[in-house]
Design a protein around this ligand. Structure first.
Ligand code: PEP
Ligand code: MG
Length: 559
C-alpha cells in the first residue's frame, strides 16, 4: 500500500485505476514505406476513424450548443473527405512511397498555405480547418490520444497539472477522480472538478510516479489522501466513508424544494457557478435557484477560433431555456492570466494576472466584445438573463461597457431582432479598487457579485495559482472580509443586490458572516447548494450578527 498526501480540492471518495493524462507529442517520422498499398490502407483507416470521431463530436455539440456548433464539426468531416485533399495524399503515398504521417503533414501544410493566400475570407478560414482535420488524422496515425482518455473503464486521472482548456475537453463520464502534482485550491482545474462533482486531490508533487499507472487507487478528496493498492482495513474504512457520504447526500436530497431561509426568517438566494452548457443539468439536479456565474470564457476555450455570434447565441439560449425562467448571470469573457487562448495571440506578459485580461481585453478589442454582447442580448429573449463584467477597477470601464450594451441594443432594434427589456447589468467586485469605490460603482449597475478568488489574490498579493503560498493565501483575512462588507453596505445604500460567486461563497464557516453583512445571493458549485441550504436553515442570524460584524471590524483579530 502506498499513501500519497496532497490537498483536497473537491470532496468525495472515488476508487478506480490510475491513468496518466497523455499530452500529445507531435513528432512526425519520415521514411519510405515498404508496402505502398498497405500504407494507403493505413491512411484510409485513420481517415475513417477521424470522420467517425467528428460525427460523434458534431452530435455532442448539437446536444450541448445547437446546430451552429455542430456545423463546425460537419465542415471538418467534409474536409476529411475532400477529393482534392484525399487525392493529393493518395498520389504522394502511392507514387513517392512516403509514409502516411509525413504525407498528411506535407499535404496539410500545402493546402493550409494555399487557402491562407486566397482573397476570399471564407476560403482563408478553411486553412485552420485543414490543419485541424489533418492534426486529428495524424494523432490517429501516431497513436497519440489528444487529451483523451483511452481506457475502456472510468479512471482516476493523474497529471502534473491540467490547463482549463484541457480539463474542459475531457470526457467527464470517464473520470472518477483527479490527482495532480501541481495546482491550487482556487485554480480553475479545482473549480471545474467541484463543478463536475468529481473528487480531486491537488499538489501531491513528486509522490505521483509513472509506475503507479493502472494500479487501483482510492482518492479521498476530503482529506487529500490517495491510497494505491490499499490494504484490507484501509479499503474498508474508505469504502465505509464513501457509503456514509452517499447516505449524507440522500439526507441532503430531502432539502430539495425547500427554501433557503434562516430560523429567524432571513432569506438568501443560492445559485450555481457553471462553465459549460452541459453543467445546467447538475444545477437542476442539485436544485440551484439560478445561475450566478456562467464563466463564458470556457466556450471560447473549447473552440479553435473565435466563436461566432450564432454559435454563442445558441449556447446562451440553451442555458437560458433549460433554466426555464430562473435567473442566469452570464459573465462576459474573462480570459488572460491562467486562461490563455492561442487564437487571441496575446503577447507574453511578465505578470498576466495583472495584465491584459477580462474586461480590459473586451474594451481594447471592441469587435470581440460586441459579438458576445449581441449573442447575449439575442439570447435574452429566451429566459431571465443578467450580464456581468469581470475585473472592473474604475467607473469609466463600466460606463464604456454599458455604452457598448446600448449600441448593441440599438443595432438589434434596427434589425428588428427581439431581446428582453429587463436584462440586469452588473459587475464583479474582485479587485480591491472595485470594493473601495463600490459607492461610486453601485450607482452605475444593477448588482454586484464578489469574486473572492481574485479579490483574495489581489488584496493579499498572493498568487491564487501558487500552491506553495499555503497559509499566506487566507480568504478569511479581515482585509478581504472588510472589503466584502464595504461593498455590501454600498450596494444596499444604493438599492442594488450583492452576491458572492468566488469559492468562499461555499465556505460554511462563513455562511453566518455573509448572512450578517446582508449578502443577498451565494453562487456556488452545484454540489455545494444543498449543504449550504442545510447550513442556512440551521442558522439564527440575529443571535450572531453583531458579534460577527464586530469580528470583521475588530482591531483584536490575530492577523
Ligand atoms: C473569482 O475571481 O472569485 C471568480 C469568481 O472568478 P474566476 O474564479 O473565474 O476568476
Ligand atoms: Mg475572477
Amino acid at each position: 500500500m502506498i499513501t500519497i498526501q496532497g490537498k483536497g480540492a473537491s470532496t468525495g471518495v472515488a476508487v478506480g485505476p490510475l491513468y496518466f493524462y497523455q499530452r500529445a507529442k507531435s513528432e512526425i517520422s519520415r521514411y519510405q514505406a515498404t508496402d505502398r498499398d498497405a500504407e494507403w490502407a493505413r491512411f484510409e483507416k485513420a481517415q475513417a476513424t477521424a470522420i467517425e470521431q467528428l460525427g460523434a463530436l458534431a452530435e455532442k455539440a448539437r446536444k450541448e450548443a445547437g446546430d451552429e456548433a455542430a456545423a463546425l464539426f460537419e465542415v471538418h468531416q467534409m474536409m476529411a473527405e475532400d477529393l482534392d485533399y484525399v487525392e493529393a495524399i493518395e498520389d504522394k503515398i502511392k507514387n513517392e512511397g512516403l509514409n502516411a504521417e509525413a504525407v498528411v503533414s506535407d499535404i496539410a501544410a500545402q493546402f493550409a498555405e494555399m487557402f491562407a493566400s486566397m482573397d476570399d475570407a471564407y476560403m482563408q478560414a478553411r486553412s485552420a480547418d485543414v490543419k485541424d482535420v489533418s492534426g486529428r488524422i495524424l494523432d490517429i496515425l501516431t497513436g497519440v490520444a489528444q487529451g483523451g482518455i483511452d481506457s475502456p473503464v472510468p479512471v482516476v486521472l493523474a497529471a502534473d497539472d491540467l490547463a482549463p482548456s484541457e480539463t474542459v475537453q475531457l470526457d467527464k463520464a470517464k473520470i472518477l477522480g483527479f490527482v495532480t502534482s501541481g495546482g491550487s485550491g482556487s485554480s480553475h482545474t479545482a473549480i471545474l472538478a467541484r463543478t463536475m462533482g468529481i473528487p480531486a486531490i491537488i499538489g501531491v508533487g513528486d509522490q505521483l510516479k509513472a509506475e503507479y499507472a493502472g494500479r487501483e487507487v482510492i482518492v479521498d478528496g476530503g482529506t487529500g489522501t490517495a491510497v494505491i493498492e490499499a490494504d484490507e482495513a484501509t479499503r474498508l474504512r474508505l469504502m465505509q466513508k464513501r457509503d456514509e457520504q452517499l447516505k449524507h447526500q440522500e439526507m441532503l436530497n430531502m432539502l430539495k424544494g425547500k427554501e433557503n431561509v434562516t430560523k429567524d426568517n432571513q432569506r438568501i438566494r443560492i445559485y450555481c457557478n457553471i462553465g459549460s452548457v452541459e453543467d445546467v443539468h447538475t444545477v437542476l439536479a442539485n436544485d440551484g435557484g439560478g445561475i450566478g456565474l456562467f464563466r463564458s470564457e470556457f466556450l471560447y476555450l473549447n473552440c479553435d477560433d473565435y466563436p461566432s455570434e450564432d454559435y454563442q447565441f445558441e449556447a446562451y439560449k440553451k442555458v437560458l431555456s433549460d433554466m426555464d425562467g430562473r435567473e442566469v448571470v452570464i459573465r462576459t469573457l474573462d480570459i488572460g492570466a491562467d486562461k490563455q487562448i492561442d487564437y487571441f495571440n496575446l503577447p507574453h506578459e511578465e505578470n498576466p494576472a495583472m495584465g491584459n485580461r477580462a474586461l480590459r481585453i473586451c474594451l481594447n478589442r471592441p469587435e470581440i466584445f460586441k459579438t458576445q454582447l449581441r449573442a447575449l442580448y439575442r439570447a435574452s429573449a429566451y429566459g431571465k438573463l443578467a450580464i456581468m463584467f469581470p475585473m472592473v477597477t474604475s467607473v469609466w470601464e463600466v460606463k464604456e461597457a454599458k455604452k457598448m450594451c446600448e449600441l448593441v441594443k440599438k443595432e438589434l432594434d434596427a434589425e428588428g431582432i427581439p431581446y428582453a427589456a429587463d436584462v440586469e447589468v452588473g459587475i464583479m467586485i474582485e479587485t480591491p479598487a472595485a470594493a473601495l469605490i463600490s459607492d461610486r460603482l453601485a450607482k452605475e449597475v444593477d448588482f454586484f457579485s464578489c469574486g473572492t478568488n481574485d479579490l483574495t489574490q489581489y488584496t493579499l498579493a498572493c498568487d491564487r495559482q501558487n500552491n506553495d503560498l499555503g497559509r499566506f493565501f487566507n480568504p478569511h483575512h479581515p482585509a478581504v472580509l472588510r472589503l466584502l462588507k464595504m461593498a455590501a453596505d454600498n450596494a444596499h445604500k444604493n438599492g442594488i443586490w450583492i452576491g458572492i460567486c468566488g469559492e468562499l461563497g461555499a465556505d460554511l464557516e462563513l455562511t453566518e458572516t455573509f448572512l450578517s453583512i446582508g449578502i443577498d445571493e451565494l453562487s456556488v458549485s452545484p454540489r455545494a447548494v444543498l449543504p449550504l441550504r442545510q447550513k442556512v436553515r440551521e442558522t439564527m442570524v440575529a443571535a450572531v450578527r453583531e458579534k460577527l460584524i464586530g469580528d470583521i471590524l475588530s482591531d483584536q483579530t490575530s492577523i
